[in-house]
Design a protein around this ligand. Structure first.
Ligand code: GLN
Length: 246
């Protein structure tokens, strides 16, 4: 049985929005299709070995926690960059997208070095961007809507090597001006949509799982559709909440 190897980075520091729920969705959707998975928590001081994983997840956190992990991430950055070049699927959320970029200047003016796997930088603004958000995504040959909740003071600006995860339909997104959300570069996705992102966005979950399986098997993968009415209903409900439909 093919086993997908998932790395959950810093679950102790970067887990303020129930990020473990996103990991459960990944493992469950694999299991429903007959794949197994292994989740390894990697924290401060642990070694990240690039060849050990097919998928790397980093969740949201506050500036205080980001300050702690940024120092540790700097030690892992070349291993992480080589995993990216090898086609590993990355999903880095909120505080994660900020540290995937080149730098984050936090609300106290500290400059944190990012890993640089996404061409972007983030500077804390003066007001928090909070609320329901919906975006229209187009990644590779797929198009889908992603819904969620954002809460960040960081204002993120993309460089020319990364493209947005989606256009904002409702909400703020990366910053107060550009009307785009998140970033994609190689098989790295960064997004501000935190909390239960994957339970209500099955299309996004399956995109990431397809990439992870392709890394695992070195073959092109087309996942069978699941009968996952709950996930579809959760998605539709969130779309309504974001003010897009009645
Ligand atoms: N430093 C973050 C901010 O901009 C963290 C955001 C988050 O993970 N919710 O507020």
């Amino acid at each position: 049985m093919t086993e997908v190897r998932i790395c959950h980075l810093y679950p102790d520091h970067m887990n303020i929005y129930g990020d473990r729920g996103n990991i459960s969705v990944l493992t469950k959707r694999l299991q429903w299709r007959g794949y197994s998975s292994k989740v390894t928590n990697i924290g401060v001081g642990d070694k990240y070995v690039p060849g050990d994983f097919d998928l790397c997840y980093l969740g949201g956190g506050q500036d205080k926690d980001q300050n702690i992990i940024a120092l540790d991430l700097a030690k892992k950055s070349s291993a992480l960059a080589s995993a990216v070049d090898d086609g590993v699927a990355f999903l880095w959320v909120c505080g994660g997208i900020q540290l995937a970029g080149k730098r984050y200047v936090d609300a106290s003016g500290n400059e944190l070095q990012g890993v640089g796997i996404l061409d972007l930088e983030t500077i804390a603004g003066t007001e928090r961007l909070i609320g329901d958000i919906a975006i229209r995504s187009s990644v590779e040959d797929r198009e889908f809507t992603v819904v969620g909740y954002e809460n960040h003071i960081g204002q993120t600006y993309l460089g020319s090597d990364s493209r947005p995860l989606g256009k904002v339909l409702h909400g703020y997104g990366n910053n107060s001006y550009d009307q785009v959300e998140g970033a994609v570069q190689q098989r790295v996705i960064g997004t501000y949509l935190h909390g239960p992102l994957l339970p209500k966005n099955p299309d996004l979950a399956d995109l990431i799982l397809t990439w992870a399986l392709e890394h695992r098997t070195s073959e092109s993968v087309s996942l069978e559709k699941l009968e996952d009415d709950f996930a579809v209903l959760a998605h539709e409900r969130a779309v309504v909440r974001a003010g897009l439909k009645r």
